[in-house]
Structure formats: structure tokens, C-alpha cells
Design a protein around this ligand. Structure first.
Ligand SMILES: [Zn+2]
Ligand SMILES: [Zn+2]
Length: 337
């Protein structure tokens, strides 16, 4: 099987073993998979992972004990808990210490022709959702996690820091409760995606220093992002930390204590609201697609995705030919969702 394998060096291998589904698991043929900031960080040493990368995917179930699933187009939650430890029994299975994580910990990822996942992790992709939109379900779900964790009221002021792939999705999700929203970034071409949707944006370099927000969502993907979030959050406000990276952050803990700032770590989220938001066209992902590559071109795809200013790079498997579209630029004005 063909796949992108990381063992300290990222390699394209064509002799990887086919994954074998365990009891209650599905064998899924991957159609397309998105390269995430986390994948780039893993290649820099984050998570200390060795194996096939990739956790944002859409695929078709080829084999499963339950015939309902066979032939279904699916996306999948990436955490595979044990369902028997104390945390799992408490319902906190996203934090199961025994869990495997697709493409990150103990489970081969989706930059390959096939993966396995428990049926309990799968969600059927509605026919109305094109494959390239479906690739965004996982990162979009992670943004809906914020709404599960923090009650955003319409009269609140919220800043989203970072105009990368996650920041652009998070800003669109934070818009849904109707709060007073500002997206802060560095790249004109990325902020314009939000401008066009009527979301207020500013360049980081143009902040006056007097801004103050009830909630700051940190999606910069850089350790410096936390410092900026700290500067922008008002006393008794909330910092939602989405970025993960290899580096460490220097935090002035005392200032968090004195200002009674709440810091909320925020990871994976619910798939169903993400799927609904995409189907209803509440979130624009078309403009976030930068380039698409065949899996065979995986190393070039990673190189492209690592470039400053790039947006979502999608890998697709050859047996699912593209829907007559090769690159995002050729999608024209037709909305993907
Ligand atoms: Zn991701
Ligand atoms: Zn468990």
C-alpha cells in the first residue's frame, strides 16, 4: 500500500502493509485527506510519532461487520478510546489515556490508500457535501468544540488570532453566535477571505494596543500567539488555546492570577454540527483550499504546505479521480458547499 510514512524523515513508501480492521472496526479506502498544521508539527518532532501521518480525511467503507456501513462515504473522529478505563466510564473518552489517535499515536493515518477506524467513530457524509468540503469536517469540528466549552453570548467581544487554516475556520464558527468579532492575522490574502464574508479583520501589526476582548481564541500555531492573547484578553476574560506546537511558552502566571484570566485548552470537537454547517453553507471552505496533489506527490505536497502563506493542501488517492477539477483556482465561483 502507498502512504506517507514518518520515522524522523518523511518518506513516500509503496510497500506499507494493508491495515487489518479489528472487531468493531471498518476498513476505509481513503478518497482525500487534508494536511493540517499538526502534521507539519509532527514532522518537526511534536507527539514523538512514527508511522503514517494524516487525520483529516474522507473515505469509503470497504469492509465492516455491520453491512450498513459498507459502501458509505464517511469521515471519522480521530480518537479511539478503550471505553473501559475510569475516564471512559465517566464519558470523558476523548481523554482516555489508552486511546490511539489516527495518524498521531498508535494508529496509522490517512495519508495512505487505506485506514481502519472503529465504526463508533464514523459519520456518514451527506451526498450534498463534496469530498473536498468533507475533508474540513475534522478541523471544523475542533472549532465547534469552542462553543461547547465557552458560552459565547451575542453581546460579547471575541478575537480570533491567526489567519491559518484553523483560524479561518474558527473565525467563521465564532461568528455564528452573533458576537462582536475581530479576526487578527498577518496575511492580506487570507484575511480577505473573511472580509468577503463580512467578518471584521485587522493585521496584527495594525493593532493599537488598546483593544480588549472578553474571549480570545488563539489559533496562530506559534508560541508568541499566547503572549498576544494575554495582551488582548480583558481581566476575568477567557483565552481559548487551540494552537499546539513543538516549542514552549513563557507564561507570566501571576498576571493570569491577578487578572483572573481563564485559559481553556481546546482540542477535538463534535462532528455533527460541523457537517450540518458545511451542508447549510454556513462555513466557506472553498476559499481555504490551496492546492490538491495526488498521494504519489505527497512529499511535494508537504513541502508546499510548509510554505509561509499556504492554505489547505489536500492529498487525493488515484483510484478516485478528481471531479473534473484539478486545483482550487479552477473551481471558479461555484461554491463547494
Ligand atoms: Zn488537524
Ligand atoms: Zn479509556
Amino acid at each position: 500500500m502507498l502512504g506517507l510514512y514518518f520515522d524522523g524523515t518523511l518518506r513516500l513508501k509503496d510497500d506499507l502493509p494493508m491495515p487489518e480492521p479489528g472487531p468493531g472496526e471498518a476498513l476505509i479506502k481513503v478518497i482525500a485527506a487534508g494536511i493540517c498544521h499538526t502534521d507539519l508539527e509532527i514532522v518537526r518532532g511534536y507527539m514523538d510519532y512514527e508511522g503514517i501521518l494524516g487525520h483529516e480525511f474522507v473515505g469509503v467503507v470497504e469492509r465492516a461487520d455491520d453491512p450498513f456501513w459498507v459502501g458509505k462515504r464517511v469521515v471519522g473522529e480521530i480518537n479511539c478510546p478503550c471505553y473501559s478505563c475510569e475516564l471512559c466510564v465517566e464519558g470523558k473518552h476523548h481523554h482516555c489515556p489508552n486511546r490511539t489517535i489516527l495518524g498521531m499515536k498508535g494508529r496509522q493515518g490517512a495519508f495512505a490508500e487505506y485506514i481502519t477506524l472503529p465504526l463508533a467513530n464514523l459519520h456518514v457524509v451527506p451526498d450534498a457535501l463534496p469530498r473536498y468540503a468533507a475533508v474540513f469536517v475534522e478541523p471544523l469540528a475542533a472549532c465547534f468544540r469552542i462553543l461547547e466549552q465557552v458560552h459565547i453570548k451575542p453581546d460579547m467581544s471575541v478575537a480570533v488570532l491567526g489567519d491559518g487554516k484553523l483560524g479561518l475556520l474558527a473565525a467563521q464558527v465564532m461568528r455564528l453566535p452573533g458576537c462582536n468579532l475581530l479576526a487578527v492575522g498577518k496575511h492580506d490574502h487570507k484575511l480577505h477571505i473573511l472580509d468577503r464574508m463580512g467578518i471584521r479583520t485587522t493585521k496584527e501589526s495594525e493593532l493599537s494596543g488598546n483593544e480588549c476582548f472578553d474571549v480570545v481564541v488563539e489559533c496562530t500555531g506559534r508560541p508568541e500567539g499566547f503572549e498576544l492573547a494575554r495582551r488582548l484578553v480583558r481581566p476575568s476574560g477567557v483565552i481559548v488555546q487551540k494552537s499546539t506546537y513543538v516549542g514552549q511558552v513563557d507564561v507570566d502566571i501571576s498576571s493570569l492570577v491577578v487578572d483572573e484570566v481563564t485559559v481553556v485548552g481546546s482540542r477535538c470537537g463534535p462532528f455533527e454540527p460541523a457537517i450540518k454547517a458545511l451542508v447549510r453553507g454556513l462555513v466557506n471552505v472553498q476559499d481555504l483550499i490551496d492546492r490538491r496533489f495526488q498521494l504519489e506527490m505527497g512529499l511535494q505536497a508537504f513541502e508546499y504546505a510548509s510554505k509561509e502563506g499556504s492554505l489547505k493542501v489536500i492529498l487525493e488517492t488515484r483510484s478516485f479521480p478528481s471531479e473534473g477539477l484539478s486545483y482550487a483556482g479552477e473551481l471558479g465561483d461555484q461554491p463547494v458547499v
